[in-house]
Design a binder for this molecule. Structure first.
Ligand code: ADP
Length: 599
């Protein structure tokens, strides 16, 4: 997960990059709707003042109509008399105008939020897919709360930023429109408003924005830390409780939460400063302006004329400027999340492209094991590790044979299995299936493999779904489930359960014995009828008796399937046709002769 700062790439280029074509199309439509809304808003609000003054004083209205030929034509066309009756009609027209305008506003808010929430969900799913497609190596040293942070927090924030941008454009359109209206009504007032606005914007961008950027970044890091303490306490609940270390975890959770709380406070304060400043400046400047006009002109009537423009400024422009500043603050605060999302997407895009190109270069027909799996001259080291686990190691697994792998702890037995599975990528050498690289058609390679690890990962669903794992409930082949349960010697147990296959794992699953879990793992691996079965210390956590029972199931595949079995107890691989020993960066053929097999 890259965190590098891409200062050179502008905010808009980043947004353009992270949205797909369809979303960009929707954004353009939205922009047009916003523009229409802005014009609507400006028109209805600026109509308010002439209409109000017309209702109060029809004579004044007649003067205005005489002044503008357009208005005169309209009045003549509809044959309207400029009188009290007309004023009433105008008032009703204004009510209708405001109703329509506000209905449009709701429509617009609905459209904006439909776009934002759906696009946000699209993006979260896109990133989630990208997570699952990343090379396994990427996760070896990954900080899981940070991995989750992007979907839980950074993407939602990116969309808050987007919503702020959209709202900002609405407010800008309205402010510019109303600015133009008061420019006609009162140029002096416009100069004042614009000056106040510019001063505030300078204050915001120079002083507030860098601080908000920083708080945004710190807050994201703090959120990761908070999430980490929570996860660690819950994952390790048993150890935490038995060692009675609840206080330690709670204290750390509290302390990082406190940092987060202070950051949230700082953000709230800074977010409110522009609003309060604007109000203070506007009220002061306008009152000083009125006082000044009264003192110099001395005629209260002239001052009264100014009130229309001032009212407009106070009622609509000041709040608009206010909101503009709030949106600017929100954009600054959330920019770090946008950078994070952008960097992640660009990184993974590059990686994805490179991996695809690599695989496309060797792409071949589907693989079906006919003869042998060959590990050819592999060299492997874990990312960031100094020593090689393998240097020029070789191994052959003939079809239909059972191959046992032994070796000292930490020698690389699990590593070689992960390499065969294609989870880890060797620095040099190849894994061949009948002479073809497994990555030449990786999906068909995986389709041939059933993998049974030491701990079987259970989802919080029924036994049926845990065996079929990742297949939609309506597509699960019930007969196949029973077949594989017979093969894994699990069927009798499931039949004895009151709810049978529907028994939920999760709450009750915790009560499954180690042997039963392992059998579910075997049944799961068998479900898609793989040619090759890979056991990675699949029985090492079991007691001797259970292990012997599970091994009985495993041994029943002898000669029917190709098996690769890692074992730390030699008796589990007694029946293997070939034994390899992993040691000193090599894999060598050996026998169990002379070794101490304990029964
Ligand atoms: P075995 O299965 O033979 O006990 P492993 O294949 O699990 O051994 O591990 C081989 C060596 O690789 C060990 O020394 C272990 O410390 C190291 N190793 C395992 N996983 C990682 C990792 N993610 N990053 C770095 N080193 C690792």
């Amino acid at each position: 997960m890259s965190n590098t700062d891409n200062k050179k790439v502008s905010l808009f280029s980043k947004l353009r990059y992270i949205f797909d074509r369809k979303q960009k199309g929707q954004l353009v439509v939205l922009a047009v709707l916003i523009l229409i809304g802005g014009i609507f808003e400006t028109f209805s609000v600026s109509m308010m003042i002439p209409v109000m003054s017309g209702i109060i004083d029809p004579n004044a209205m007649q003067d205005v109509i005489d002044q503008y030929s357009v208005l005169r034509h309209i009045v003549e066309f509809f044959n309207l008399g400029v009188d009290a009756e007309f004023a009433k009609k105008l008032a009703v027209a204004m009510i209708v105008l405001f109703l329509v305008k506000n209905a449009y506003q709701i429509f617009l808010i609905h459209r904006q939020n439909t776009f934002i929430t759906r696009a946000r969900n699209d993006m979260i799913s896109r990133v989630m897919r990208e997570f699952l497609n990343r090379p396994y190596e990427d996760y070896l040293g990954a900080d899981i709360p940070t991995v989750f942070r992007i979907t839980d927090s950074d993407i939602p924030r990116t969309f808050t930023l987007m919503l702020s941008l959209l709202s900002l454009s609405t407010e800008l359109i309205v402010s510019i429109g109303l600015g133009a209206v008061i420019l006609i009504m009162n140029p002096m007032m416009t100069v004042i408003c614009v000056t106040v606005f510019i001063l505030l914007t300078i204050f915001n961008t120079k002083l507030l924005k860098p601080r908000l950027n920083k708080i945004g970044r710190e807050n994201q890091e703090t959120q990761s830390r908070i999430a980490k303490w929570r996860l660690q306490a819950i994952y390790g609940l048993k150890d935490v409780k038995v060692l009675n270390r609840q206080d330690f975890f709670i204290r750390n959770y509290y302390e990082s939460g406190k940092v987060g709380a202070d950051l949230a406070r700082d953000y709230a304060v800074m977010n409110n400063i522009p609003r309060i400043l604007i109000e203070t400046m506007f009220v002061t400047v306008i009152l000083v302006y009125i006082l000044y006009s009264m003192l110099t002109k001395g005629n209260p009537k002239d001052v009264f004329v100014q009130m229309g423009a001032i009212g407009l400024a106070a009622v609509r422009i000041m709040p608009a400027v206010n909101r503009i500043n709030t949106y600017l603050a929100e954009i600054a605060y959330n920019q770090y999340s946008l950078d994070f999302v952008y960097n992640n997407l660009t990184d993974s895009m590059k990686m994805d492209k490179a991996m695809r190109a690599e695989r496309a270069a060797i792409a071949g027909p589907e693989l079906h094991l006919e003869k042998e799996i060959e590990i050819k001259d592999i060299t492997f080291a874990y990312p960031d590790a100094e020593t090689n686990i393998f240097s020029g190691a070789n191994m052959i697994v003939p079809k239909g044979k059972s191959v046992g792998i032994i070796g000292p702890s930490g020698a690389g037995k699990s590593t070689v299995v992960d390499i065969i599975l294609g989870l880890l990528h060797v620095q040099s050498g190849e894994i061949l299936c009948d002479g073809s690289n497994i990555f030449s058609n990786y999906d068909s390679w995986l389709a041939q493999i059933g993998y049974i690890p030491q701990t079987i990962y259970m989802v919080d669903e029924s036994i049926r779904e845990n065996i079929a794992f990742g297949i939609d409930a309506d597509k699960i082949d019930e007969d196949r489930i029973w077949e594989v349960m017979e093969e894994a010697q699990l069927a009798d147990f499931v039949r004895s359960l009151p709810e049978g296959l529907d028994t939920k794992i999760g709450d009750r699953g915790v009560r499954l014995s180690g042997g039963q879990r392992q059998r579910i793992g075997i049944a799961r691996a068998l479900y898609h009828n793989p040619e090759i079965l890979v056991f990675d210390e699949a029985t090492s956590a079991l007691d001797n008796e259970t292990e012997a029972a599970v091994m009985e199931a495993v041994n029943s595949f002898h000669g029917k399937k190709t098996m690769i079995i890692i074992a730390h107890r030699l008796n589990t691989i007694e029946n293997c046709d070939i034994i390899y020993e992993v040691k000193d960066e090599k894999i060598t053929k050996t026998t169990l002769e002379g070794r101490n097999v304990i029964h």
